[in-house]
Design a protein around this ligand. Structure first.
Ligand code: MG
Length: 406
C-alpha cells in the first residue's frame, strides 16, 4: 500500500515508515571470469563482474527477502563505485521512497545513488547504479510475489508483456586454433538446440578470413537472414569501408558495431556504404547517449537495431526513459534488442515488449544464459512465473549469489 492510498488522516511521523520494507544491508562481491575467448577488441578472460545482494527486513518462509543482480558481462566490475558511493547513499536514504508495489521505488533510489554527481561521464557510474537498481527490482518483485517482467510491464508498459521472447545466440568468438569448420560446427550446435538466428564475431581477423568464417556459418544456417555479425567496434577506421563492400551482398540480418559507439559520423558513413541493417548501442551508458545515437548516427527506424545493455545503461528505469526518448524520434520498442543474454535482459525484453533478446549460451560461464532447463522452441523461450528475475534457477550462478545471502 502506498502512503498516498492511506486516506485523508495523515499518519504520525513515527508511524509513516512502520510497514514500509527497509533495506537492512547491501553486499557486493567481485568475481573474475575464467573463459579464454576473444572478440575483435577484448579477451573475456580479463573480465569481472559485481554481484549485489540487497537484504530487506521483509521475512518470507523464515528468511529475509533479498534482491540480487550482477553487473552483466563486457565491462569490469564496478566494485569501487558500488562500495564507496552507491551502497552508502542507498543506506543513507533508508527508509526509502515508497511506491505502490511492494515497498520501495528502484527508479527513485537510482536517482538517489547518482546524486550529487555532475551530468555526463555516465559510464563511470551507470554500470554500478544499473546493477544496484536491478537488485532493487528483484527485491520488490519478490516482496510483491510477481515476476520481474510483470512488475516492469505494470510500471512502464500498461501491464502488457510478452509471454514468449524470441532469442538469438551470440557466438562465433575467436579462440586459439579455432577453424572455420569449428565455427560451422558451433553454429550448427545452436541450430540443433532450437535457435533460428545466430550472431558471430567478425573484425578480429583479416577481411578475407572473416568472409570465410561467414561462409562457414552460412553453410550451417542456410538463409542469410538467420545470420548476424558483430565487429565489436574493433575494425580499424581505414578498413570499415572494405568490410561494408565485402559483406553488403550477403543480406545478413544485421551488421553490429561497425564503428565506435560515439562515432556517429563513422556509423552513418558505414550505413551509407553498407546499405543493409545495422545494429549498435550496447556501449551506451545513459538515456542521452541513446537519444543521441537515434538522432545523429544515421540509423533508420524500422530497419536498424538499437541494443543497449540493461545493466550498463543504468538499469530498468533508465531503459524506460531511453525508450520514451527514442519514441520521439520514431523508434518502436520492437527495434530495441537488449544486449548480454541473461535473466535481466530476458525480463526486460518481455516487460518492455522489445524486439528480441540476445542469449549467451556458453560464452560467459555462469553469467551467460537463462534459467536451467529452459526450452528453446523455434527461436523462442517462455518467461517463467516465479517471483523476481529468476537467478535462483541458474544453479551455477546461484551457487555464487547465495554466498552473499548467508
Ligand atoms: Mg556487439
Amino acid at each position: 500500500m502506498s502512503l498516498g492510498s492511506m486516506g485523508a488522516a495523515a499518519p504520525r511521523s513515527d508511524e509513516i515508515w512502520q510497514n514500509v520494507p527497509r533495506i537492512v544491508e547491501v553486499r557486493e562481491k567481485t568475481v573474475t571470469f575464467k573463459v579464454n575467448i576473444r572478440n575483435a577488441v577484448s579477451s573475456v578472460s580479463e573480465l569481472s563482474a559485481s554481484i549485489v545482494a540487497v537484504v530487506t527486513d521483509v521475512v518470507r518462509n523464515g528468511k529475509p527477502v533479498i534482491g540480487f543482480a550482477f553487473s552483466s558481462t563486457g565491462r569490469p566490475a564496478p566494485t569501487t563505485q558500488i562500495r564507496n558511493r552507491f551502497i552508502p547513499r542507498l543506506m543513507a536514504a533508508s527508509p526509502p521512497p515508497v511506491l505502490d508495489m511492494g515497498g520501495f521505488d528502484p527508479e527513485r533510489l537510482a536517482d538517489v545513488m547518482g546524486t550529487p554527481e555532475k551530468p555526463g561521464g555516465d559510464a563511470e557510474r551507470s554500470v554500478g547504479i544499473g546493477t544496484m537498481e536491478i537488485a532493487l527490482w528483484d527485491a520488490v518483485a519478490k516482496i510483491a510475489d510477481v515476476p520481474a517482467y510483470k512488475l516492469i510491464a505494470d510500471r512502464y508498459a500498461a501491464g502488457s508483456y510478452d509471454q514468449r521472447v524470441f532469442c538469438y545466440v551470440g557466438c562465433g568468438w575467436y579462440g586459439p586454433g579455432k577453424t572455420a569448420a569449428d565455427l560451422r560446427d558451433e553454429v550448427q550446435s545452436y541450430l540443433d538446440r532450437g535457435f533460428t538466428l545466430i550472431k558471430i564475431k567478425i573484425g578480429g581477423a583479416p577481411v578475407a578470413e572473416d568472409v570465410r568464417r561467414i561462409e562457414a556459418a552460412l553453410s550451417a544456417v542456410g538463409d542469410s537472414s538467420r545470420l548476424a555479425v558483430d565487429a565489436n567496434c574493433g575494425i580499424p577506421a581505414d578498413q570499415i569501408g572494405e568490410y561494408a563492400r565485402a559483406l553488403r551482398g550477403y543480406q545478413l540480418r544485421w551488421f553490429e558495431e561497425p564503428a565506435h559507439p560515439h562515432d556517429f559520423k563513422g556509423i552513418s558513413a558505414f550505413i551509407a556504404e553498407y546499405g543493409r541493417a545495422v545494429a549498435t548501442g550496447e556501449n551506451l551508458c545513459s538515456a542521452q547517449d541513446v537519444l543521441n545515437l537515434a538522432r545523429y548516427a544515421g540509423l533508420r527506424p524500422g530497419i536498424d537495431v538499437v541494443q543497449w545493455n540493461i545493466t550498463h545503461n543504468g538499469g530498468i528505469a533508465n531503459a524506460a526513459r531511453s525508450l520514451r526518448l527514442i519514441a520521439g524520434e520514431g523508434w518502436s520498442a520492437r527495434s530495441v534488442v537488449p544486449h548480454a543474454g541473461n535473466q535481466m535482459s530476458l525480463n526486460a525484453a518481455s516487460g518492455f515488449r522489445l524486439g528480441m533478446c540476445e542469449y549467451y549460451f556458453d560464452a560467459f560461464g555462469v553469467f551467460g544464459g537463462f534459467v536451467d532447463g529452459i526450452e528453446v522452441e523455434n527461436g523462442y523461450v517462455s518467461v517463467g512465473d516465479w517471483p523476481g528475475f529468476g537467478f535462483e534457477r541458474q544453479a551455477g550462478l546461484w551457487a555464487i549469489m547465495r554466498e552473499l545471502a548467508d
